[in-house]
Design a protein around this ligand. Structure first.
Ligand code: NAD
Length: 357
């Protein structure tokens, strides 16, 4: 992974792993020198807010259980008001990317520190990136203010993640690492993390599917999520993330499922331009069975029971032309030139659920 010229950057984050490590949240508050926690969850995970209030005891000053998909600005402002009214000095986000997004949105407005306890593999906890929506428009920003200070990866919390979400969320995480391998601003360290993150999912996901409560295997999936999320925080993404952003934003397709379906196609598209950079991915998923990087990923996703076609998410074939126009409207960097024809063909295959070439 050596390059002659590179710039490496990394955030200052404290990360702890372990089944049951969530109970250390109070100790982590002490380490940060804070004593007034606002606990954040989605409505579906409000029981986690109760559990964390118990761990924090008198140091829990409030809870906000209204985290929502795509981090709507009005919800963030409501939660920020609450944080200010309560005099909170730390945010504890327990959940997936939506809850982490809410914590980041409050941190952006208040500069409060964040302790994040992830319950999916999305990886937002490991980045300084925040996506927000206002009036149906999603914008993304990067700021040190939103980078969480502490992450507690607790295998027990993902052990209850339904299997369909386990698979799509894992592929969502793997997409960060896969695109990280050819990022223009990659460093030897980001590439090492990307390959190890992909390897961790390749080895642990089948074990989790065979035995969803296997805490060792669940722990390894979280390890993969951390590595893949860290790559996302360090380097720029390309075609795959652009397509998912377009499909999610303009056609309201679900986040993790869309990533799962698009990933093999985007990687197959780019593999012809950067075969050497994607060789480690091909070696992990394809070479031994005679497949390339994209086809190998498609086989892996299929054998894990992932959704394979955009049609199954409700996208109609007539939308593919508009999706192509939107995804190619603003030029952006990608290792292979993005043409309308190429993207239309890619989307057609992903819509139909065909194996990429
Ligand atoms: P999510 O956070 O929206 O969660 C989906 C649903 O699953 C929610 O109802 C949640 O409460 C529930 N859930 C979460 N964990 C569960 C568990 N263990 N058991 C049962 N239910 C559980 O989904 P996500 O895929 O984690 O996050 C997607 C969002 O995160 C998107 O908005 C995406 O843009 C954002 N994201 C941001 C970054 C970043 O760096 N800024 C990175 C990745 C994802």
């Amino acid at each position: 992974f050596f390059r002659e010229d590179f710039t490496a950057r990394s955030a200052s984050v404290r990360v702890r792993f372990g089944a049951g490590i969530r109970a250390a949240v109070s100790e982590e508050m002490d380490n940060l020198g804070v004593s007034r926690a606002l606990i954040l969850t989605t409505p579906q995970q409000s029981d986690m807010a109760d559990e964390f209030a118990n761990y924090c005891g008198a140091k829990a000053v409030g809870r906000f259980t209204g985290a929502a998909m795509h981090t709507p600005v009005d919800v963030s402002e409501q939660a920020t008001d609450l944080a200010r009214r309560l005099g909170a000095d730390v945010l504890i986000s327990v959940g997936g990317g939506s809850t982490t997004g809410l914590g980041k949105a409050i941190a952006l407005r208040t500069d409060l520190p964040q302790i994040v306890v992830p319950t999916t593999y999305a990886g937002s906890e490991a980045t300084g990136i925040l996506g927000q929506t206002e009036n149906g428009v999603k914008t993304t920003l990067t700021s040190a203010k939103v980078q969480p200070e502490v992450i507690l990866y607790d295998a027990e919390l993902v052990a209850t993640l339904p299997l369909s979400m386990t698979v799509t969320s894992a592929l969502n995480a793997m997409a960060h690492a896969a695109e990280g391998l050819y990022a223009r601003d990659r460093s030897p360290i980001s590439s090492l993390m990307a390959v190890e993150g992909l390897r961790a999912f390749r080895d642990s996901l089948p074990k989790v599917l065979a035995d969803p409560g296997n805490l060792t295997a669940r722990g390894e999936t979280l390890y993969g999520a951390w590595l893949c999320g860290t790559v996302l925080g360090q380097v720029g993404m390309a075609l795959h993330h652009k397509l998912c952003h377009t499909l999610g934003g303009s056609f309201d397709l679900p986040h993790a499922e869309t990533h799962a379906i698009i990933l093999p196609h985007a990687i197959a598209f780019n593999a012809s331009a950067v075969p050497d950079l994607l060789a480690p991915l091909a070696d992990l998923f394809g070479t031994s069975s005679g497949f390339g990087a994209g086809t190998g990923l498609w086989q892996f996703a299929k054998s894990a029971g992932a959704p394979l076609s955009l049609r199954d998410l409700g996208l109609v074939e007539a939308d593919l032309d508009r999706a192509t126009d939107l995804a190619t409207a603003n030029p952006y960097w990608n290792p292979r030139p993005v043409t309308k024809d190429g993207i239309r063909r890619l989307l057609q295959a992903a819509w139909a659920g065909d194996r990429p070439d």
